[in-house]
Ligand binder design. Structure first.
Ligand SMILES: [Zn+2]
Length: 210
């Protein structure tokens, strides 16, 4: 057990602890001895406003949705933040954050079985050995999509379903676009070569998880 508070949270303290631990986890995604990367820094900039509000509801300060909001939940999952999620508990969070079921309100969730999506519709059922079997059904025909061996593997499967496919990775990039951002990117590199050496960042050089 990691000790990371598992959402939904009872109050602000657990939500704040979750937020800080997620940010720390993201800061660790580099090699020890490597400088903090500009992308890590920018991810922190993007997520910092999505912390919990300092009130009993502890809603996301940016989205005003229950914390963790969909932005935080996606990053936590895709980055493999080490929360002891249970698969059904996680599916309820994905439903409540409107990551799953937003269009069709079609998420069913029980302790041993859950289903989501719509053409194909995915169904996950717990097997007697503790593993899961995930099938997809589309136009009346079903096939097995995965057989996660345990809850941890099921969480990994869910994380892969949640992952986005952001431009430009895996996309065809129109030839004229890179030149349009080149000056700004060069300016950013110049800024970062100074800013990235500031002590509040370089003090984290020895942190890392691989
Ligand atoms: Zn938010």
């Amino acid at each position: 057990m990691s000790g990371i508070p598992v959402p939904p949270f009872a109050g602000h303290d657990d939500a704040r602890r979750f937020h800080q631990l997620l940010m720390l986890h993201l800061s660790q995604l580099k090699r020890p001895g490597e400088a903090v990367g500009v992308h890590q820094f920018l991810l922190g900039q993007a997520l910092a406003p999505h912390g919990p509000r300092r009130d009993p509801d502890a809603a996301c300060a940016e989205c005003e949705r229950p914390y963790p909001c969909r932005t935080v939940l996606r990053v936590a999952l895709v980055s493999r933040f080490g929360v002891d999620w249970s698969p059904p508990g996680l599916v309820r969070l994905l439903r409540d954050a409107r990551i799953w079921g937003a269009r069709f309100d079609d998420v069913e969730v029980g302790e041993e079985r859950f289903a989501w999506e719509h053409e194909p519709r995915f169904t996950a059922e717990r097997r007697s050995d503790g593993g899961w079997i995930v099938t997809s059904t589309e136009r009346g025909s079903s096939r097995v999509r995965a057989e996660p061996a345990d809850d941890r593997a099921m969480i990994d499967f869910i994380a892969d379903q949640v992952r986005e496919h952001p431009f430009p990775f895996g996309w065809r990039v129109p030839a004229e676009l890179p030149a349009m951002v080149a000056d700004g990117a060069r300016a950013a590199a110049g800024w970062w070569s100074e800013h990235g050496r500031k002590p509040y960042l370089s003090g984290h050089d020895e942190n890392g998880s691989w």
